[in-house]
Write a protein of this length. Structure first.
Lengths: 291, 324
């Protein structure tokens, strides 16, 4: 029983991070109708940026969040302006955007190999190994902080999308881009901004992940697929739906450790992805993701 | 000309048949005519296999427009089933390949039947999940795959040398199948599914059957290639067979050559194999990134890859000639 509670707590802490990680992918899909396959690449980039800033400049990973967000936003806006802008969107676009963004991911991965080699790295701080006791179970301080930051980011996003003029424009473009052009919304600018925000979220999630897990240039592939599970399960446009879907994924994963040999727990996310796509392609709540 | 028409079915152009026959005949005779170094001989064997795989990937990825990032699953299943059957040493050497191919096709059908309802990016993402799950599970299943240490296959040097021709025969079969599928009713059905599933279903195309059938065929062909590939190395190991990079290499071959064209993916496979040799020899640290760059450039500037370039040049030449 105590073990179960402990696992549940760690699942909740993990879910906060998962939700942040997935929201970037969902936002870009919701507005641009593009699956950003480079999401994994940006997660990896964020982790390495944070690591580099910590190793070279001695900046605390939590304090370097704004820097990482800015850089990743710039990269995202650049990718939109240079590449994605020219592609057909939605199902009619077929696999073109998928292939293109996968190409970008390969380039980023190669750049990381060249710059940082293929060795596993982890962002290690003096509080990495600290723990506090909550409800009788020891919780890592780092995980608690990561959860708090992730929750704050989600709240910020929610406020941005619902309470600001920019958020309103983004939601309007997601609903009907042509009408937005008619009423004077600069649709291209909103697209670029959205793509930037989505990649910035991926980068920040990558940095937070990097403080918890080790990473190398191939890092991000598993995270991309998990994000996709969450986006499909949770539906679009709702922070709450994303958070609940992230919680479901985290609980399934954490409790799989009890039932399955350690090696197979990695496959749980993938199997869940396929099952979700087959049985609940419309998601559990909120708006349907699939046409 | 009219007598030609009577001998050949309408969809089969005698001109294409002649080109194909001459090409395959030349490759068949090559090792007898020219003293190929063992290295070239082996590289060509592998190239035949990958050309066949790229063509077969294109049946589902190009004709039906369902881009699969998980074909390594079938490549590996075919390879391992063939390897186990070969180890029994009950059959002539080619039977295990066929068994492996059928197993791979059946596996493809097992995950494909439910996932093929998904279109575009969703199908592609699901295939990533299938591929990775297959890799993890089969690496774990040591009794069958030997785990990370892999399996050794009983292949003697003589058979290994002869694999050149078996790979070529297999390639010939796949090439003919590509042509036949593209020009048959099945191919037309797939093209209509690619442009608009609902419209295709409305006019009576059996959408589910067409896609299932072509995924089975594609999986079986890729599985047979996996079996021959394993025989060629007389060793098989899960991370090599099931790796995500393997799935990606199939996609890259087709994209470089021209997705959806009949023989473009084969061309892409040749370019891929040559490029890979060159890059691994000269710039091993850049080869991922260069493939990525190539992918970006092809998608942005020439969505039909090398085939698109060839079409373009041919059209330019033709208009020049008619202008004169």
């Amino acid at each position: 029983m105590a073990r179960g509670l402990e696992l549940l707590l760690s699942a909740i802490l993990l879910a906060g991070l998962y939700a942040t990680m997935a929201y970037g992918l969902g936002l870009i899909y919701g507005v641009l109708r593009i699956v950003n396959l480079n999401h994994g690449g940006m997660i990896m980039t964020g982790a390495y940026l944070g690591w580099w800033l910590h190793e070279r400049a001695g900046i605390d990973p939590y304090l370097s969040l704004p820097i990482v967000a800015t850089v990743c936003f710039a990269i995202g806006a650049l990718i939109y302006h240079g590449l994605v802008r020219y592609l057909p969107r939605g199902a009619a676009g077929g696999a073109q955007s998928l292939l293109l963004l996968f190409g970008v991911w390969l380039v980023l991965r190669n750049a990381a190999y060249l710059q940082f080699t293929g060795n596993d790295q982890v962002i290690r701080t003096e509080y990495s190994t600290m723990a506090v006791v909550v409800l009788g179970s020891a919780l890592s301080v780092n995980r608690l902080i990561v959860f708090a930051i992730a929750a704050l980011m989600l709240l910020g996003l929610h406020l941005l999308l619902t309470r600001t003029y920019l958020g309103k424009a983004i939601r309007a473009v997601a609903q009907n881009a042509d009408s937005c052009t008619l009423v004077g919304v600069q649709v291209e600018r909103i697209y670029a901004l959205t793509f930037g925000i989505g990649t910035a979220l991926a980068g920040m999630a990558g940095l937070l992940l990097g403080t918890l897990f080790s990473f190398n240039p191939t890092f991000g592939a598993v995270e991309l697929l998990k994000s996709f599970v969450i986006v499909v399960l949770g539906g679009l446009g709702s922070v709450l739906g994303t958070a609940l879907a992230a919680l479901i994924l985290a609980i399934v994963e954490v409790f799989a450790i009890l039932l399955l040999p350690a090696y197979l727990t990695g496959a749980v996310g993938f199997v869940l992805l396929v099952l979700v796509l087959i049985f609940r392609p419309g998601g559990l709540f909120g708006h349907r993701v699939l046409g | 000309m009219s007598s030609w028409r009577r001998i050949f079915p309408e969809w089969l152009s005698p001109y294409h048949l002649a080109v194909l026959a001459i090409g395959l005949g030349a490759l068949h005779a090559l090792p007898y005519l020219v003293a190929l170094s063992p290295y070239d001989h082996n590289q060509m064997t592998l190239a035949f296999l990958f050309v066949a795989v790229a063509l077969a990937w294109n049946w589902i990825g190009g004709f039906a427009g369902q881009v699969s990032f998980g074909h390594a699953a079938m490549f590996g299943v075919g390879g391992f089933v063939a390897a186990r059957a070969l180890q029994m040493q009950l059959f002539p050497f080619w039977v295990p390949w066929v068994i492996g191919g059928i197993a791979a096709g059946a596996y493809g059908l097992a995950w494909g039947h439910p996932t093929l309802r998904l279109r575009g990016p969703y199908f592609s993402i699901a295939t990533i999940g299938v591929g990775e799950a297959t890799r993890l599970v089969l690496t774990y299943w040591q009794d069958f795959t030997g785990g990370a240490t892999g399996l050794n296959l009983p292949i003697n040097a003589q058979l290994k040398y002869a694999l050149y021709w078996y790979a070529l025969y297999f390639l010939a079969l796949v090439a003919i199948a590509s042509y036949a599928i593209r020009n048959s009713r099945l191919g037309l059905g797939l093209l209509s599914i690619k442009s608009d599933v609902e419209a295709a279903a409305d006019v009576g195309v059996p959408v589910v059957f067409c896609q299932d059938l072509v995924l089975f065929l594609s999986g079986a062909a890729v599985g047979i290639a996996g079996g021959i590939y394993a025989s060629y190395f007389s060793f098989i190991e899960p991370s090599d067979m099931f790796g995500f990079d393997r799935s990606i290499s199939f996609v890259l071959m087709a994209v470089i050559g021209g997705v959806g064209t009949v023989f473009g993916p084969g061309l892409g496979a040749v370019v891929f194999v040559l490029l890979r040799q060159f890059l691994i020899a000269s710039y091993p640290q850049l080869y991922l990134g260069l493939y990525g760059l190539l992918l970006v450039l092809v998608v942005l500037f020439e969505p039909l890859g090398i085939s698109g370039l060839i079409f373009r040049v041919a059209r330019r030449l033709r208009t020049q000639r008619s202008a004169r």
